[in-house]
Design a protein around this ligand. Structure first.
Ligand code: ZN
Length: 228
């Protein structure tokens, strides 16, 4: 771990929690399938993994990602300046190109299957990721189902880290907000793993439902999905 990187996280921590001493920090770059950054607090120490695509990023960008990760961990609002700077960097031509290349090499399979006739799941995923998850969610395998079953709109398969969306919705008469909603719902499953309350499995926890309400076209999408 570079001392500079640890220092950047220390500074971001001090800004966010000036009265609490920073715990020991372990930051390292990691080869994820797509741009992904994770933070974990374990036995009082912070473990941070940054996508190796951020290696060589300017210090200001690293500071922003440090702020975003720490703010999310400690449930504090993410500063807009930081999320904008991080997004700008990620959207930058060079970074995007490198991410595409890495994705092709590391996860060849899911590129073709995410592309439908009308909607490209990967593109919608990245858009939702940016709008609702600060671009922090790692891209799972995204596929259209092989059949046209209506029984399941979509599902998240944690064993394979895959989101499957019913091919019925890959159709020009299906509005984009409906596809977005189905995918957004499954992304929330990825974010909120099933909890056990006693012997009961809690699939749509209260936090899940609260977060689902952040989707602006929730009512419209649900109405559309009911009529087809
Ligand atoms: Zn669900």
């Amino acid at each position: 771990m570079s001392p500079k990187l640890a220092q950047v996280f220390h500074e971001a921590y001090r800004e966010l929690r000036p009265r609490t001493p920073a715990p020991p920090l372990h930051v390292r770059f990691y080869a994820f399938v797509s741009i992904n950054n994770t933070i974990r607090l374990r036995q009082g120490e912070l473990y941070i993994r940054l996508s190796d695509l951020l290696e060589g990023a300017p210090e200001a960008v690293l500071h922003s990602i440090a702020h975003i990760l720490l703010a999310k961990l400690y449930r504090q609002p993410v500063d807009r300046t930081h999320s904008a700077r991080y997004r700008r960097y990620i959207a930058g031509h060079e970074v995007a190109a490198k991410a595409r290349l890495v994705r092709q090499i590391r996860g060849r399979k899911h590129i073709r299957s995410a592309r439908g006739h009308h909607y490209h799941l990967e593109e919608i995923f990245e858009d939702l990721n940016r709008r609702f998850f600060h671009g922090l969610m790692g891209c799972p395998q995204l596929t259209w189902s092989r059949n046209h079953a209506r029984s399941s709109l979509g599902h998240y398969d944690p064993a394979h880290n895959a989101i499957v969306i019913s091919r019925v919705f890959d159709h020009p008469r299906v509005p984009r907000y409906a596809v977005e909603y189905i995918l957004y719902h499954e992304m929330l499953h990825l974010k909120h793993p099933v909890k056990l309350r006693g012997s009961r499995r809690c699939v749509h926890s209260r936090e899940f439902q609260e977060e689902e309400k952040l989707f602006p076209e929730l009512v419209r999408a649900k109405k559309f999905l009911r009529i087809i």
